[in-house]
Write a protein that binds this ligand. Structure first.
Ligand code: CMP
Length: 143
């Protein structure tokens, strides 16, 4: 079990001015912010990040959408981080998400679903490395 996960506050979260509210939900649930930045993804970076979905019909739109505005990747630490964060954000499709989850509260659609969360410990490590250099993480993360 890992204690790390990657969140991305997606362009709809930034556009709707919800960065503060969503971060409050995350820290209120016991997650510690270990690294954070605001970035505008290039097509190559967005495509690479979602490479696992390359063959899916929604891939092109997803990559386009993720480059459409700024987003906020955040490296988080908590015991059981991956599973606990996915519980906090709710189902990918907000109409199927549990009451009180971040997606249920704030998201409009499966595509514009406010926030990303890593789906496994292995992917969490890869995804954190996608956005943060070792130097950015070294001082912050307990190894
Ligand atoms: P995320 O958790 O970032 O992981 C992959 C993303 O692809 C997902 O959130 C959604 O934004 C998007 N996605 C997944 N399934 C669909 C779908 N059926 N239609 C459109 N977008 C999808």
């Amino acid at each position: 079990m890992s204690n790390k996960t990657l969140a991305i506050l997606k362009p709809d979260c930034v556009e709707k001015n919800l960065i503060g509210e969503v971060i409050l939900k995350i820290t209120g649930a016991g997650f510690k912010i270990k690294a954070l930045k605001m970035v505008r993804l290039s097509e190559a970076s967005s495509g690479g990040f979602y490479e696992v979905h390359k063959e899916r019909p929604f891939y092109k739109n997803l990559v386009e959408y993720m480059t459409s505005g700024a987003c906020v990747p955040i490296a988080l630490e908590k015991e059981n981080a991956v599973a606990d964060f996915r519980k906090l954000i709710g189902a990918t499709d907000p109409s199927k998400a549990d009451e009180g989850t971040i997606r249920k509260l704030f998201a409009d659609s499966i595509e514009r679903n406010i926030v990303h969360g890593s789906d496994s410990d292995e992917n969490a490590a890869k995804e954190i490395a996608h956005f943060f250099s070792r130097k950015e993480l070294l001082d912050n993360f307990s190894e």
